[in-house]
Design a protein around this ligand. Structure first.
Ligand code: GTP
Ligand code: MG
Length: 285
């Protein structure tokens, strides 16, 4: 995706770093207490945390700040095109952090968006950090709501708060968290603001000290519900170990071509938990 297309920088976000540079190398958060950045560490962490969100919201900036790695960062969408893994330790727990390509929707079918979708659905992250653009909240909440239909273990990083402030945008963060049913942490990842609080929430959700209950969209009628349940059972029989069979069933009923293909050629089974962090396992061997 990044190859032939001309990237479009956001005019409202001056990129003082230049393309390819890591964020937060010298920010206030760089030497945060209780955090050890472990870079690429082939050992398995205690928890797997995914960083997801719309394109160009600061996911890789958060990833770099926590792991000390240098994932590609720049002011245009579509920079991260493959899954990247890094590690950090926060207090007593080690985390494997997975930086995902940006995606607008779990229903998308472009190559890099599929990588994000498949990991969120079938990679069983212990916690998913959804990085949203506070200056474009409404559009970003679409993906948040979709992710909340498949997992409660979510922390929303309400990023670009510095930009929101510059635009005179104020957000009732507590109200938003109540409506969504998961923690919402305001951040400005580029300068490290809010990242200690983000880590705190990630830890609480990962180890279960805070039990979240994400808002569910109720829209099914009884006949659709029966069809989803029947199909989900058959999928579970056909692909043992596959997560989120109800989500897959719904997509099949909608006629999602990429999911139909995965069922037909049998690759859907490969998306089960066996595929979780295959990259880490390869590196470790
Ligand atoms: N002002 C401001 N800029 C930020 C903040 N966080 C990230 N950025 C900038 O936003 C741009 C995008 O950051 P990335 O981390 O590459 O975003 P991404 O979500 O990984 O992007 P994709 O991989 O393309 O989806 C970069 O220019 C960052 O420096 C923030 O809190 N405030
Ligand atoms: Mg990125």
């Amino acid at each position: 995706m990044a190859g032939a297309e001309l990237p479009t920088p956001r005019a409202d976000r001056p990129d003082t770093q230049g393309p390819g540079l890591t964020g937060c190398g010298s920010c206030a958060f760089a030497n945060a207490a209780n955090l050890t950045k472990l870079g690429v560490d082939p050992g398995r962490g205690d928890y797997i945390a995914a960083v997801a969100g719309n394109p160009n919201t600061g996911k890789s900036t958060v990833f770099n700040a926590l792991t000390g790695l240098r994932q590609h960062v720049g002011n245009w969408p579509g920079k991260t095109v493959a899954r990247a893994e890094g590690s950090f330790q926060y207090r007593d727990y080690r985390y494997t952090l997975v930086d995902l390509p940006g995606t607008y929707s779990l229903l998308s079918t472009s190559g890099d968006e599929d990588i994000a979708r498949d990991f969120l659905l079938f990679g069983r992250p212990d916690v998913t950090i959804v990085v949203v653009d506070a200056t474009r909240l409404e559009r970003n909440l679409n993906l948040v709501l979709q992710i909340l239909q498949i997992t409660d273990r979510v922390v929303v990083a309400l990023n670009l708060m510095d930009e929101a402030g510059r635009h005179g945008i104020t957000i009732d963060v507590r109200h938003l968290a109540r409506e969504l049913g998961v923690p919402v942490v305001p951040t400005s990842a580029r300068n490290g603001t809010g990242l200690p609080e983000l880590l705190e929430s990630v830890e609480q959700v990962a180890n279960g000290t805070v039990v979240t209950k994400g808002v569910r969209v109720q829209q099914r009628d009884a006949r659709l519900e029966r069809a989803v349940s029947t199909l989900a059972r058959r999928l579970a029989d056909e692909f043992p170990g596959l997560d989120n069979t109800r989500w897959v069933a719904l997509r099949l009923l909608e006629g999602d071509p990429s999911i139909e293909r995965a069922v037909r050629d049998g690759t859907l089974g490969g998306l089960g938990h066996g595929a979780r962090l295959a990259g880490a396992a390869e590196e470790a061997s």
